[in-house]
Design a protein around this ligand. Structure first.
Ligand code: SF4
Ligand code: SF4
Length: 340
């Protein structure tokens, strides 16, 4: 026995949630063939299914790109700190891709490892995630190569399966998901299905072997030469989470804020002395790959990548991690004496 909902009823439910004061975000078409996850003001704007995949990720709903941590006032040599109130509004992300939702438990580990990030955790607790199981994929998708897949349940509170006739099977996976859909679902015998997902083109073992042996390889420069360091790959990645903390001051008042940052920017590791330990772009690309496929897995036991393909999809130079990983598998090992 399954439970289903008609698309018209689902849209009415979205309007009901917003009427209750909840914030609802989901895919919206901002112009022809450009879809973004955005806050909704009406359910009609929600684009529930199909391609293309949203160009951004859902991380911005729990980890905003700009966030005030606290304010301050200066009076002579006296400083008064002003607390920033924690968020209080419940929020729902609907029709998220499973590869986006799967990134949330990955971010949870980072945000609770040596320090519990109160802003992140508050938003996470206030958020219910409803995913849409994928029935198609494009050439950039590689979720199946990193242990994920079109109906990966990680990070989802409920999952929708398109039954193809204007109805969706709804699988409520957590108490939050059950509460969200309580009273709104019809019993059914129908069960949604997904395909096998993208063909597996990567061998994580050989990638790990390359990473273990080839940190100094000249192939890094060859594989990543076309990167222009724009940072789009990291900003649209559901798992990238680097931020910078800055003070913004006007007159005698100011705020300490955090903004997204990325290891793809030259200034990310620039020292005050002028020295930069990652002085060329290929070193920054190498850093991103090592963090995702060696450093994070060694610490938390899984890749810092859900195979969503967004980094390749948005890269103006046709790069992102997939082309680098594929090139890495075809690279002949170079003798250390030949390293530059
Ligand atoms: S890989 Fe592409 S998206 Fe990422 S920094 Fe380089 S050029 Fe920009
Ligand atoms: S590294 Fe690329 S493929 Fe992996 S999660 Fe980030 S954007 Fe998606």
């Amino acid at each position: 026995m399954s439970t289903i909902i008609a698309e018209t009823a689902l849209r009415e439910l979205v309007n009901t949630w917003m009427g209750q004061g909840k914030h609802v975000a989901g895919p919206t078409e901002v112009r022809d063939d450009v879809v973004l996850y955005q806050w909704l003001s009406r359910a009609e704007d929600l684009r529930i299914g199909g391609s293309p995949r949203p160009r951004n990720s859902i991380k911005e709903f729990v980890f905003p790109r700009h966030e005030k941590l606290y304010g301050y006032k200066l009076e002579g040599r006296k400083i008064e700190l002003v607390e920033t109130p924690l968020p209080e509004t419940e929020q729902i992300v609907i029709a998220a891709r499973p590869c986006d939702a799967a990134a949330l438990p990955i971010l949870d580990q980072v945000m609770n490892w040596d320090y519990r990030d109160v802003f992140y955790n508050r938003r996470r607790n206030l958020t219910t995630v409803v995913t849409l199981a994928c029935q198609d994929h494009d050439a950039h998708c590689f979720c199946t190569a990193v242990g994920s897949g079109p109906d990966d349940e990680r990070g989802s509170d409920a999952m929708l399966f398109n039954l193809g006739d204007g109805t969706y099977e709804v699988r409520c996976l957590t108490d939050k998901g059950k509460a969200l859909f309580a009273g709104a679902l019809q019993p059914s015998e129908r069960v949604g299905e997904v395909g096998p997902g993208p063909e597996i083109r990567l061998d994580l073992d050989s990638i790990r072997e390359f990473l273990n042996n080839e940190f100094q390889s000249p192939q890094w420069a060859a594989m990543t030469m076309r990167c222009i360091g724009c940072g789009a790959c990291a900003y649209e990645c559901p798992t990238c989470h680097c931020f910078d903390i800055a003070d913004e001051k006007v007159g005698n008042t100011g705020a300490r804020v955090r903004n997204w940052d990325t290891c793809q920017f030259a200034i990310f590791t620039a020292h005050a002395s002028g020295h930069n330990p990652r002085s060329v772009q290929s070193q920054r690309q190498r850093q991103r790959i090592y963090h995702k496929f060696e450093v994070y897995p060694a610490k938390f036991g899984e890749t810092l990548c859900t195979g969503c393909g967004n980094c390749s999809r948005v890269c103006p130079m046709g790069l992102g991690v997939l082309p680098v990983l594929v090139a890495m598998q075809g690279v002949e090992q170079v003798e250390p004496s030949e390293y530059v």
